[in-house]
Design a protein around this ligand. Structure first.
Ligand code: PEP
Ligand code: CO
Length: 454
């Protein structure tokens, strides 16, 4: 079957967004096709090289950001705080894991959401679900929930604004963020933190502070890889009108690049091997993420990996497993084993968020900090037992002081205080930082043996 930027249109599209304005879609797509790309093929190839190194056990990947980024959150302090927490987490991981970290934000384009139900009912009124700001708006009115093709262009603009600010902050080196006194380590004195953990975290943070001071004294630029502030973007490639509009050939390179983001991923609900999403993604040169949940058939996952990466290129595929703490011990080993036996090159990343969403008695969507920790710990263990290694972690988090996940300092009663997510619950700043300390401890114990390039 020959591939083209539009060949996905002949395939069944899960989570199909229903536009009733075909001319509007055409106009939006035509406009997006003319606009300059958000990222370049050079950056994409550089990320592929970093992911290839991570597949060899020489780097660790940290991916994180909102479940659903919103246009309203395109504000300097919110963006800065998101980059700050990702940067701080990465420094904790660099220090504990003794290896460089590839930082990938779920940002500058994480505007489209798959939904378990295509419609939502409230008091007998049925409207389309909210599919993210790239498609419609969250308010429960027919106007807001109407899929508006112009939102694609608007979202594209906001992604560009976000990325522009990110690039400027990165270029300036985030100098002050390296200062340990700028870190909020208040969680270390939390009463419910077990004494041994407090000890370990305190020591780790003191050593990290010393290391940062030391690096600064040397002049940061001399310790290039450990402190270099390089960020990549990622988002779920859900809306194929939007993604294909920015998929193009570039001068002096072979193939096609999807240029709305460095690392697009295919979600658990859209990864059918013959489906539209896999069709578009099989034709692009980007590193591609695949989310895989506990119901996976390992043979299907292998077909999917082969379809997306027929030449078994190194650095190309990131498998993001999101099994849930209750299923990971059962569901992950057969998958890992099948991929390992087939000698497929993938980077194994754990998303401990999406398999651990629960509802409270008052129907608030939340996640337990302990379940999240448990899934990561189990995932490290499964890889160890299978002779593979965990190469990265994927979180829904924010740099703000939200109250969306329980544990790590918050109880169910806190959820009402500042629940701001328009979709899934995220770790707040302190929860995310504590998570990094914990992952760092496990990285120390589960250090992969680096392999050579195949
Ligand atoms: C997500 O990452 O927000 C998401 C919807 O994930 P999944 O496809 O794994 O359910
Ligand atoms: Co989510």
């Amino acid at each position: 079957m020959t591939w083209s930027v539009d060949s996905w249109k002949a395939r069944l599209c899960a989570q199909q967004i229903r536009y009733d304005d075909a001319a509007g879609v055409e106009a939006a797509v035509a406009k997006l096709r003319r606009l300059p790309p958000l990222v370049t093929s050079w950056e994409i190839e550089r990320l592929k090289k970093l992911v290839a190194e991570a597949q060899m056990g020489k780097r660790f990947l940290l991916q994180g950001g909102d479940c659903a980024e919103t246009l309203a959150d395109c504000q300097p302090d919110i963006i800065t705080n998101k980059l700050k927490i990702l940067l701080q987490m990465s420094l904790v991981l660099v220090h504990a894991g003794k290896m460089p970290v590839v930082r990938v934000g779920r940002l500058a384009g994480q505007y489209a959401k798959p939904r378990s139900k295509l419609t939502e009912e409230r008091d007998g009124v049925v409207l389309p679900s909210y599919f993210g700001d790239l498609v419609n708006r969250p308010d429960f009115t027919p106007e807001a929930r109407h899929a508006d093709p112009r939102a694609m262009v608007d979202a594209y603009g906001h992604a560009a604004l976000t990325l522009n600010f990110m690039r400027s902050l990165s270029a300036a080196g985030f100098a002050d963020l390296h200062h340990p006194e700028y870190w909020d380590l208040a969680f270390l004195s939390r009463a419910d933190l077990p004494v041994e953990l407090r000890e370990e975290y305190t020591q780790a943070s003191q050593r990290l502070a010393e290391a940062l001071h030391f690096m600064e004294a040397l002049g940061e630029t001399t310790i290039d890889d450990a402190t270099r502030v390089e960020f990549y973007t990622s988002h779920e490639g859900l809306n194929l009108h939007y993604e294909s509009a920015q998929t193009r050939a570039v001068p002096r390179r072979k193939g096609y690049y999807l240029l709305t983001t460095h690392l697009p991923w295919i979600g658990e609900r859209t990864r059918a091997v013959d489906g539209a999403h896999v069709e578009l993604f099989r034709g692009i040169e980007n590193v591609v993420g695949i989310k895989i949940g506990p119901k996976v058939d390992p043979a299907d996952a292998l077909s999917l990996i082969e379809r997306l990466n027929p030449n078994n290129e190194v650095g190309k595929i990131v498998v993001i497993t999101r099994m849930g703490s209750a299923h990971v011990a059962r569901a992950l080993p057969p998958l890992v084993d099948a991929v390992r036996r087939a000698e497929r090159h993938v980077l194994w990343v754990c998303d401990p968020m999406h398999g651990n969403t629960i509802s409270t008695a008052s129907s608030i969507k939340t996640r337990s900090f302990d379940d999240i920790l448990f899934e990561i710990e189990q995932t490290f263990g499964v890889h160890h037992d299978c002779g593979t290694f965990l190469g990265g972690v994927h979180f829904e988090l924010t740099g703000e002081d939200v109250t969306e996940c329980i544990g790590g300092g918050l109880t169910e009663e806190d959820l009402d205080r500042n629940y701001a997510s328009v979709c899934d619950p995220r770790l707040n700043y302190r929860q995310a930082l504590e998570m990094a300390f914990r992952v760092g401890q496990w990285m120390k114990r589960n250090r992969p043996r680096p392999t050579s390039p195949p």
